[in-house]
Design a protein around this ligand. Structure first.
Ligand SMILES: NC(=O)c1ccc[n+]([C@@H]2O[C@H](COP(=O)([O-])OP(=O)(O)OC[C@H]3O[C@@H](n4cnc5c(N)ncnc54)[C@H](OP(=O)(O)O)[C@@H]3O)[C@@H](O)[C@H]2O)c1
Length: 307
């Protein structure tokens, strides 16, 4: 049975603060917290969003946002430049946000006794796949290296910290530019290429929102993986999309090796993780990948038909 992140029966947080609440994960976490009547401060940066306060983590301080921040509060650090291409193009600007500002806010929160939940990525890995929380990261791209730097710094510091590594997420809004949407769009273009040996996980964004809320409570560990199963390769994902879409006959691709794709910098090829701790500790069941893909493809088909 799926655990929906309901905090009933546990000592829920006094208040949660979501930095990056207008994003794909943050918007779902906000909705979930609101449904459970958890007091909430939510932030966005570039444009006003209902229910969010403008906050730029490059300059602003948590004390301005939440002057009474302290024990019982939980600060979710979701804001980041999470596009590896953009991080590679502008490494210094990305570092200011992804490393410097993230660590500064985490330290501000921990200094007053608040719990910090930082979201990292499956892309910290590369190798044989099936990575558990105890496995050593091997980040290939700069984005992943910045995530590992923050992870390691926070784990080395004392404070109430929780790090959550997420696989590729799938959202159910037209604005969610997720892995299924990107694959769907690519397959409709001529000369689409899919790598047979690029293997990763695909997870419903509502699952990570549920898990993040569960982790607002003190937990057994400081590091968790959040990834649905089974893992998929690019070609398997492409085949699922083609099979499930009513536009499947308009889609095609050429099978290639990951090494043939001309990325500007190295990327993790086999990154898929296992979420053993979340399952063991919370009994959490993820929406299986084929179901996540099917739901998204149906939405994409409907939006395509309507446009
Ligand atoms: N999406 C995935 O598949 C995935 C997978 C693994 C890990 N992650 C990680 O999970 C986290 C959240 O991902 P997401 O997909 O929800 O991100 P997203 O949709 O790109 O949202 C990013 C959020 O950060 C805010 N933000 C950007 N620059 C900021 C700044 N300087 N100061 C304050 N806020 C700023 C954005 O606000 P505006 O909207 O106002 O610009 C937005 O709310 C990221 O750390 C990402 O690396 C994501």
């Amino acid at each position: 049975m799926t655990n929906t992140g309901q905090l009933t029966g546990l000592n829920g947080p006094k208040r949660i603060i979501i930095i990056g609440a207008s994003g794909m994960i943050g918007s779902r976490l906000c909705a979930l917290a609101s449904d459970q009547d958890i007091p909430l401060i939510a932030t966005c940066r570039s444009h006003p969003v209902e229910g969010c306060r403008l906050f730029d983590m490059a300059y602003d301080h948590l004390v301005q946002l939440a002057p009474t921040l302290g024990a019982g509060d939980v600060v979710y650090l979701l804001a980041a430049n999470s596009d590896p291409n953009a991080v590679f193009r502008e490494p210094d600007a990305a570092r200011l946000l992804n490393v410097n500002a993230t660590l500064r806010l985490a330290r501000e929160a921990m200094a007053v006794g608040a719990r910090v939940v930082f979201v990292s990525t499956e892309q910290v890995f590369d190798g044989a796949g099936g990575f558990c929380e105890d496995d050593m990261p091997k980040p290939q791209c700069l984005y992943a290296q910045q995530k590992v730097e923050v992870e390691q710094t926070l784990l080395a510091e004392h404070g109430d910290i929780c790090i959550v590594r997420a696989g590729a997420l799938v959202g159910d809004l037209p604005s969610d530019n997720c892995i299924v949407a990107k694959t769907y769009e690519t397959l409709l273009k001529p000369e689409a290429c899919m790598a047979r040996d690029n293997v990763f996980t695909v997870t419903d964004v509502h699952d990570i929102a549920n898990v993040l809320l569960l982790l607002s409570n003190p937990s057994q560990h400081r590091l968790y993986h959040v990834a649905a199963g089974p893992e998929v390769s690019r070609t398997v994902l492409a085949d699922l999309v083609m099979e499930m879409s009513r536009y499947g006959s308009d889609m095609t691709y050429k099978t290639v090796n990951f090494a043939d794709i001309p990325y500007a910098e190295p990327r993790g090829c086999v990154t898929w993780m296992k979420s053993k701790r979340i399952q063991d500790e919370f009994g959490y069941s993820f929406t299986p990948t084929p179901q996540v893909v099917r739901q998204k493809v149906q939405l994409l088909d409907d939006w395509r038909k309507a446009s």
